[in-house]
Design a protein around this ligand. Structure first.
Ligand SMILES: Nc1ncnc2c1ncn2[C@@H]1O[C@H](COP(=O)(O)OP(=O)(O)O)[C@@H](O)[C@H]1O
Ligand SMILES: CC(C)(COP(=O)(O)O)[C@@H](O)C(=O)NCCC(=O)O
Length: 317
Protein backbone atom coordinates (compact mmCIF):
# COMPACT_ATOMS: atom_id res chain seq x y z
CA UNK A 1 0.00 0.00 0.00
CA UNK A 2 1.40 3.41 -0.82
CA UNK A 3 1.11 6.51 1.40
CA UNK A 4 -1.86 7.93 -0.53
CA UNK A 5 -3.88 4.69 -0.32
CA UNK A 6 -3.22 4.54 3.43
CA UNK A 7 -5.07 7.81 3.94
CA UNK A 8 -8.32 6.06 3.01
CA UNK A 9 -8.18 3.10 5.41
CA UNK A 10 -10.34 3.23 8.56
CA UNK A 11 -7.55 3.55 11.11
CA UNK A 12 -6.98 7.02 12.58
CA UNK A 13 -3.30 6.46 11.77
CA UNK A 14 -1.21 6.52 8.61
CA UNK A 15 1.20 3.62 8.76
CA UNK A 16 4.77 3.66 7.48
CA UNK A 17 7.30 0.87 7.19
CA UNK A 18 10.78 1.80 8.38
CA UNK A 19 11.85 2.27 4.76
CA UNK A 20 8.91 4.56 3.89
CA UNK A 21 9.51 6.58 7.07
CA UNK A 22 13.25 6.89 6.47
CA UNK A 23 12.56 8.31 3.00
CA UNK A 24 10.69 11.20 4.67
CA UNK A 25 13.97 12.57 5.89
CA UNK A 26 13.73 14.17 2.44
CA UNK A 27 16.68 16.33 1.64
CA UNK A 28 17.84 16.56 5.25
CA UNK A 29 21.27 14.98 5.20
CA UNK A 30 22.67 13.42 8.34
CA UNK A 31 25.18 16.15 8.81
CA UNK A 32 26.10 15.36 12.36
CA UNK A 33 29.45 16.67 13.40
CA UNK A 34 31.94 14.32 15.01
CA UNK A 35 31.17 15.99 18.36
CA UNK A 36 27.44 15.43 17.90
CA UNK A 37 28.03 11.74 17.15
CA UNK A 38 30.12 11.51 20.33
CA UNK A 39 27.32 13.24 22.27
CA UNK A 40 24.67 10.89 20.84
CA UNK A 41 26.80 7.87 21.72
CA UNK A 42 27.10 9.38 25.20
CA UNK A 43 23.31 9.21 25.50
CA UNK A 44 23.45 5.49 24.84
CA UNK A 45 26.47 3.59 23.57
CA UNK A 46 24.19 0.95 22.01
CA UNK A 47 22.32 3.50 19.91
CA UNK A 48 22.94 2.92 16.21
CA UNK A 49 23.49 5.92 13.96
CA UNK A 50 21.20 4.27 11.37
CA UNK A 51 18.43 4.55 13.94
CA UNK A 52 19.17 8.25 14.35
CA UNK A 53 19.20 8.97 10.63
CA UNK A 54 16.34 6.68 9.53
CA UNK A 55 13.89 7.16 12.41
CA UNK A 56 14.67 10.13 14.63
CA UNK A 57 15.81 12.56 11.95
CA UNK A 58 12.55 12.33 9.93
CA UNK A 59 10.68 12.65 13.24
CA UNK A 60 12.57 15.77 14.24
CA UNK A 61 11.93 17.20 10.76
CA UNK A 62 8.18 16.64 11.20
CA UNK A 63 8.25 18.11 14.71
CA UNK A 64 10.02 21.20 13.44
CA UNK A 65 7.25 21.76 10.89
CA UNK A 66 4.62 21.41 13.63
CA UNK A 67 6.53 23.76 15.94
CA UNK A 68 6.85 26.41 13.19
CA UNK A 69 3.13 26.19 12.57
CA UNK A 70 2.40 26.38 16.30
CA UNK A 71 4.46 29.57 16.55
CA UNK A 72 2.38 31.09 13.75
CA UNK A 73 -0.81 30.14 15.61
CA UNK A 74 0.58 31.76 18.75
CA UNK A 75 1.27 34.96 16.82
CA UNK A 76 -2.34 34.96 15.60
CA UNK A 77 -3.59 34.54 19.17
CA UNK A 78 -1.31 37.34 20.42
CA UNK A 79 -2.64 39.64 17.71
CA UNK A 80 -6.21 38.76 18.69
CA UNK A 81 -5.53 39.31 22.40
CA UNK A 82 -3.46 42.43 21.78
CA UNK A 83 -0.43 41.08 23.66
CA UNK A 84 3.19 40.55 22.62
CA UNK A 85 6.07 38.11 23.02
CA UNK A 86 4.42 35.50 25.17
CA UNK A 87 6.87 32.62 25.58
CA UNK A 88 4.89 29.42 25.60
CA UNK A 89 6.92 26.22 25.28
CA UNK A 90 5.89 23.56 22.76
CA UNK A 91 5.33 20.36 24.76
CA UNK A 92 6.17 16.92 23.38
CA UNK A 93 5.38 13.87 25.50
CA UNK A 94 7.04 10.45 25.28
CA UNK A 95 5.11 7.51 26.75
CA UNK A 96 5.55 3.73 26.82
CA UNK A 97 6.49 0.83 29.07
CA UNK A 98 9.33 0.78 31.57
CA UNK A 99 12.50 -0.23 29.61
CA UNK A 100 11.09 0.43 26.12
CA UNK A 101 13.62 3.22 25.62
CA UNK A 102 11.55 6.34 26.42
CA UNK A 103 14.46 8.05 28.06
CA UNK A 104 16.87 7.22 25.21
CA UNK A 105 14.37 8.35 22.53
CA UNK A 106 13.60 11.55 24.45
CA UNK A 107 17.28 12.41 24.79
CA UNK A 108 17.98 11.73 21.10
CA UNK A 109 15.06 14.00 20.17
CA UNK A 110 16.34 16.65 22.56
CA UNK A 111 19.74 16.55 20.83
CA UNK A 112 18.26 16.64 17.32
CA UNK A 113 15.69 19.36 18.00
CA UNK A 114 18.27 21.66 19.55
CA UNK A 115 20.66 21.30 16.60
CA UNK A 116 18.12 22.41 13.98
CA UNK A 117 19.02 25.68 12.24
CA UNK A 118 16.87 27.62 14.70
CA UNK A 119 18.84 26.28 17.70
CA UNK A 120 15.83 25.96 19.92
CA UNK A 121 16.31 25.49 23.66
CA UNK A 122 14.98 22.06 24.58
CA UNK A 123 14.44 20.88 28.17
CA UNK A 124 13.68 17.32 29.25
CA UNK A 125 11.67 16.37 32.32
CA UNK A 126 10.80 12.85 33.46
CA UNK A 127 7.60 12.21 35.34
CA UNK A 128 9.29 9.94 37.90
CA UNK A 129 10.05 13.16 39.83
CA UNK A 130 6.33 13.30 40.54
CA UNK A 131 6.23 9.88 42.21
CA UNK A 132 5.31 10.04 45.89
CA UNK A 133 8.46 9.59 48.03
CA UNK A 134 9.10 6.06 49.35
CA UNK A 135 8.02 6.95 52.90
CA UNK A 136 4.54 7.83 51.60
CA UNK A 137 4.43 4.78 49.31
CA UNK A 138 5.37 2.57 52.34
CA UNK A 139 2.72 4.21 54.54
CA UNK A 140 0.14 3.45 51.86
CA UNK A 141 1.55 -0.07 51.23
CA UNK A 142 2.33 0.87 47.62
CA UNK A 143 6.04 0.04 47.20
CA UNK A 144 4.96 -2.74 44.82
CA UNK A 145 2.90 -0.23 42.86
CA UNK A 146 5.64 2.20 41.86
CA UNK A 147 4.71 3.55 38.42
CA UNK A 148 0.99 2.74 38.83
CA UNK A 149 -1.37 5.77 38.67
CA UNK A 150 -1.85 5.89 42.45
CA UNK A 151 1.93 6.15 43.04
CA UNK A 152 2.14 9.65 41.47
CA UNK A 153 1.33 13.05 42.93
CA UNK A 154 -0.74 13.63 39.83
CA UNK A 155 -2.12 16.99 40.97
CA UNK A 156 1.42 18.33 41.23
CA UNK A 157 2.30 16.95 37.79
CA UNK A 158 -0.78 18.53 36.17
CA UNK A 159 -0.05 21.83 37.93
CA UNK A 160 3.55 21.67 36.65
CA UNK A 161 2.55 21.18 33.00
CA UNK A 162 -0.20 23.77 33.31
CA UNK A 163 2.29 26.34 34.68
CA UNK A 164 4.70 25.60 31.82
CA UNK A 165 1.97 26.03 29.21
CA UNK A 166 0.72 29.21 30.90
CA UNK A 167 4.13 30.79 30.33
CA UNK A 168 5.18 30.93 34.01
CA UNK A 169 8.81 32.15 33.82
CA UNK A 170 10.30 29.71 36.36
CA UNK A 171 8.76 26.34 37.18
CA UNK A 172 10.29 23.71 39.48
CA UNK A 173 10.01 19.93 39.15
CA UNK A 174 10.99 17.47 41.88
CA UNK A 175 13.75 14.98 41.05
CA UNK A 176 13.78 11.17 41.36
CA UNK A 177 16.96 9.11 41.67
CA UNK A 178 17.17 5.60 40.20
CA UNK A 179 20.19 5.10 42.44
CA UNK A 180 18.47 5.77 45.78
CA UNK A 181 15.17 4.58 44.25
CA UNK A 182 13.49 7.60 45.85
CA UNK A 183 12.72 11.29 45.43
CA UNK A 184 15.79 13.41 46.25
CA UNK A 185 14.69 15.58 49.20
CA UNK A 186 14.96 19.31 48.48
CA UNK A 187 16.34 18.83 44.97
CA UNK A 188 14.54 20.40 42.01
CA UNK A 189 14.94 20.84 38.28
CA UNK A 190 14.26 24.42 37.21
CA UNK A 191 12.51 25.06 33.92
CA UNK A 192 12.71 28.60 32.55
CA UNK A 193 10.59 28.97 29.44
CA UNK A 194 12.43 26.72 26.99
CA UNK A 195 11.26 26.70 23.36
CA UNK A 196 10.44 23.01 23.69
CA UNK A 197 9.75 20.82 26.71
CA UNK A 198 9.96 17.04 26.31
CA UNK A 199 7.99 15.32 29.06
CA UNK A 200 8.85 11.65 29.36
CA UNK A 201 7.07 9.06 31.47
CA UNK A 202 4.88 6.00 31.39
CA UNK A 203 1.83 8.00 32.55
CA UNK A 204 1.77 10.97 30.17
CA UNK A 205 -1.12 9.66 28.06
CA UNK A 206 -3.25 8.71 31.03
CA UNK A 207 -6.45 10.60 31.78
CA UNK A 208 -9.16 11.04 34.42
CA UNK A 209 -10.36 7.47 33.80
CA UNK A 210 -7.00 6.16 35.02
CA UNK A 211 -7.08 8.28 38.19
CA UNK A 212 -10.45 7.64 39.88
CA UNK A 213 -8.93 8.92 43.15
CA UNK A 214 -8.27 12.34 41.58
CA UNK A 215 -11.19 14.74 41.25
CA UNK A 216 -9.40 16.68 38.48
CA UNK A 217 -10.83 16.66 35.01
CA UNK A 218 -7.84 18.39 33.42
CA UNK A 219 -4.93 16.10 32.64
CA UNK A 220 -1.35 16.19 31.33
CA UNK A 221 -2.45 15.51 27.75
CA UNK A 222 -4.54 18.72 27.78
CA UNK A 223 -1.27 20.68 27.72
CA UNK A 224 0.71 18.48 25.34
CA UNK A 225 1.10 19.53 21.70
CA UNK A 226 2.46 16.28 20.30
CA UNK A 227 2.50 12.86 21.97
CA UNK A 228 4.70 9.88 21.13
CA UNK A 229 4.16 6.30 22.33
CA UNK A 230 7.14 3.95 22.08
CA UNK A 231 5.86 0.39 21.69
CA UNK A 232 7.28 -3.15 21.62
CA UNK A 233 6.06 -6.69 22.32
CA UNK A 234 5.95 -7.59 25.99
CA UNK A 235 8.53 -10.37 25.64
CA UNK A 236 11.05 -7.87 24.26
CA UNK A 237 10.26 -5.35 27.01
CA UNK A 238 10.74 -8.02 29.66
CA UNK A 239 14.09 -8.97 28.09
CA UNK A 240 15.23 -5.32 27.88
CA UNK A 241 14.23 -4.76 31.51
CA UNK A 242 16.27 -7.76 32.70
CA UNK A 243 19.26 -6.72 30.56
CA UNK A 244 19.20 -3.20 31.98
CA UNK A 245 18.95 -4.61 35.52
CA UNK A 246 22.04 -6.76 34.86
CA UNK A 247 23.89 -3.73 33.47
CA UNK A 248 23.00 -1.75 36.63
CA UNK A 249 24.14 -4.67 38.77
CA UNK A 250 27.64 -4.33 37.29
CA UNK A 251 27.64 -0.52 37.55
CA UNK A 252 25.34 1.55 39.75
CA UNK A 253 24.41 -1.22 42.22
CA UNK A 254 28.01 -1.40 43.42
CA UNK A 255 27.60 2.15 44.81
CA UNK A 256 26.88 1.85 48.57
CA UNK A 257 24.16 4.52 48.17
CA UNK A 258 22.29 2.32 45.70
CA UNK A 259 18.94 1.00 46.91
CA UNK A 260 19.85 -2.28 45.18
CA UNK A 261 23.42 -2.36 46.61
CA UNK A 262 22.94 -5.80 48.19
CA UNK A 263 22.05 -7.17 44.71
CA UNK A 264 25.55 -6.35 43.43
CA UNK A 265 26.87 -9.42 45.31
CA UNK A 266 24.31 -11.82 43.82
CA UNK A 267 25.12 -14.39 41.17
CA UNK A 268 23.87 -13.58 37.67
CA UNK A 269 21.20 -16.30 38.01
CA UNK A 270 19.86 -14.83 41.27
CA UNK A 271 19.87 -11.31 39.79
CA UNK A 272 17.93 -12.55 36.74
CA UNK A 273 15.35 -14.13 39.09
CA UNK A 274 14.90 -10.86 40.97
CA UNK A 275 14.59 -8.82 37.77
CA UNK A 276 12.07 -11.34 36.37
CA UNK A 277 10.05 -10.99 39.56
CA UNK A 278 10.04 -7.17 39.49
CA UNK A 279 8.96 -7.34 35.86
CA UNK A 280 6.18 -9.87 36.47
CA UNK A 281 4.89 -8.32 39.72
CA UNK A 282 5.22 -4.61 38.96
CA UNK A 283 6.24 -3.34 35.53
CA UNK A 284 4.61 -6.03 33.37
CA UNK A 285 1.32 -5.68 35.24
CA UNK A 286 1.47 -1.89 34.99
CA UNK A 287 2.09 -2.19 31.25
CA UNK A 288 -1.02 -4.29 30.65
CA UNK A 289 -3.31 -2.50 33.11
CA UNK A 290 -2.33 1.13 32.77
CA UNK A 291 0.15 1.88 29.98
CA UNK A 292 -0.70 -0.13 26.86
CA UNK A 293 -4.39 0.93 26.98
CA UNK A 294 -3.26 4.56 26.43
CA UNK A 295 -1.27 3.77 23.26
CA UNK A 296 -3.91 4.78 20.73
CA UNK A 297 -4.22 8.23 22.29
CA UNK A 298 -0.79 9.17 20.93
CA UNK A 299 -0.14 11.42 17.94
CA UNK A 300 2.60 9.02 16.82
CA UNK A 301 3.42 5.39 17.67
CA UNK A 302 6.93 3.99 17.16
CA UNK A 303 6.94 0.17 17.12
CA UNK A 304 10.27 -1.42 17.95
CA UNK A 305 11.45 -4.95 17.17
CA UNK A 306 14.65 -6.79 18.05
CA UNK A 307 17.62 -4.66 19.13
CA UNK A 308 15.41 -1.60 19.63
CA UNK A 309 15.13 -1.06 15.87
CA UNK A 310 11.94 0.82 14.96
CA UNK A 311 10.08 -1.30 12.39
CA UNK A 312 6.85 0.63 11.99
CA UNK A 313 5.68 4.22 12.50
CA UNK A 314 2.04 5.25 12.85
CA UNK A 315 1.13 8.93 12.56
CA UNK A 316 -2.30 10.30 13.40
CA UNK A 317 -4.11 11.50 10.27
N1 LIG B 1 17.61 2.93 20.51
C1 LIG B 1 18.22 2.06 21.35
N2 LIG B 1 19.21 1.26 20.90
C2 LIG B 1 19.81 0.36 21.74
N3 LIG B 1 19.49 0.20 23.05
C3 LIG B 1 18.51 0.97 23.54
C4 LIG B 1 17.81 1.94 22.73
N4 LIG B 1 16.87 2.54 23.50
C5 LIG B 1 16.98 1.98 24.73
N5 LIG B 1 17.95 1.05 24.77
C6 LIG B 1 18.32 0.23 25.95
O1 LIG B 1 17.10 -0.29 26.52
C7 LIG B 1 17.10 -0.15 27.94
C8 LIG B 1 15.94 0.75 28.36
O2 LIG B 1 16.13 2.04 27.84
P1 LIG B 1 15.68 3.36 28.63
O3 LIG B 1 15.85 4.51 27.68
O4 LIG B 1 16.37 3.42 29.95
O5 LIG B 1 14.12 3.01 28.83
P2 LIG B 1 12.93 3.70 29.65
O6 LIG B 1 13.28 5.14 29.83
O7 LIG B 1 11.74 3.52 28.76
O8 LIG B 1 12.80 2.93 30.94
C9 LIG B 1 18.47 0.41 28.33
O9 LIG B 1 19.32 -0.67 28.66
C10 LIG B 1 18.93 1.10 27.04
O10 LIG B 1 20.35 1.11 26.93
C1 LIG C 1 10.40 5.04 38.15
C2 LIG C 1 9.51 4.22 37.24
C3 LIG C 1 8.14 4.05 37.88
C4 LIG C 1 9.36 4.93 35.88
O1 LIG C 1 8.73 6.19 36.06
P1 LIG C 1 8.47 7.30 34.89
O2 LIG C 1 9.76 8.07 34.65
O3 LIG C 1 8.05 6.64 33.63
O4 LIG C 1 7.39 8.20 35.46
C5 LIG C 1 10.13 2.81 36.98
O5 LIG C 1 11.39 2.95 36.39
C6 LIG C 1 10.26 1.97 38.26
O6 LIG C 1 11.14 2.17 39.06
N1 LIG C 1 9.34 1.02 38.44
C7 LIG C 1 9.21 0.28 39.68
C8 LIG C 1 9.71 -1.13 39.59
C9 LIG C 1 11.20 -1.22 39.25
O7 LIG C 1 12.03 -1.21 40.16
O8 LIG C 1 11.52 -1.29 38.05
Amino acid sequence: MNNKQQLFTLSPYMEFSRKQWAALRDSEPLTLTEQEIINLKGINEDLSLDEVSQVYLPLSRLLNFYIDSNLQNQAVLEKFLGIKNQRVPYIISVAGSVAVGKSTSARVLQALLSRWSTHRRVELVTTDGFLHPNHILRERDMMQKKGFPQSYDIQNLVRFVSDIKSGVPRVEAPVYSHLTYDILPGETQIIEQPDILILEGLNVLQSGMDYPQSPHRVFVSDFVDFSIYVDAKEELLHQWYVNRFLKFRKGAFSDPDSYFHSYAQLSEEEAVNIANNIWLEINGKNLIQNIQPTRERASLILTKGDNHAVEKVRLRK
